[in-house]
Design a protein around this ligand. Sequence first.
Ligand SMILES: [Zn+2]
Length: 190
Amino acid sequence: MSNDKNTVEESLLKLKKGNETYLNTSTCPGDVSPAIRKDTCENGQYPYAVVITCSDSRVIPESIFSAGIGELFVIRVAGNVISDHQLGSIEYAVDHLGSNLVVVLGHTNCGAVGAAIGGHTGGFIKSITDEIKAAIGEETDGYKASCLNVEHAISKIKDNLPMLNGSDSQCAKVIGAIYHINDGHVEFLD
Ligand SMILES: [Zn+2]
């Protein structure tokens, strides 16, 4: 663990390589050793990427990207929707921990997206499905709706966090991706 910062491209490459490793293993190769626990406890955390994803139990960000302790700053909420709490968490990771890549990771077969398409929700769940519905409009295809939901989250992040909206190559970036729960593959969206 060190605080030598990756470039955005290096961070993205690390995620892509981590996903490749995940596809070919049945265990999580991320470093969760006593040594890394001690190091990060004494020297702090410098996660290279922020991952905002769904709470779905089939989606495990650290496993998907073969990451260990101190590598990913993970924000999870059903349907990977963005509200002030998520924005505050992203802002903290980028401004105070030095993360330079923010990934909004939707996934296939998302129950929250499906519920938004179905339109029959109530209680507090409705606050999530209303947000997704605003992103997907009348789209009824689950995969396409998940992509629209990711794009909506990215727009919201860029609109609210100017440090993620710069064109400078040194700036932190926000990108979208879809995790395919059937085969483990992460599809990075342009
Ligand atoms: Zn989901």
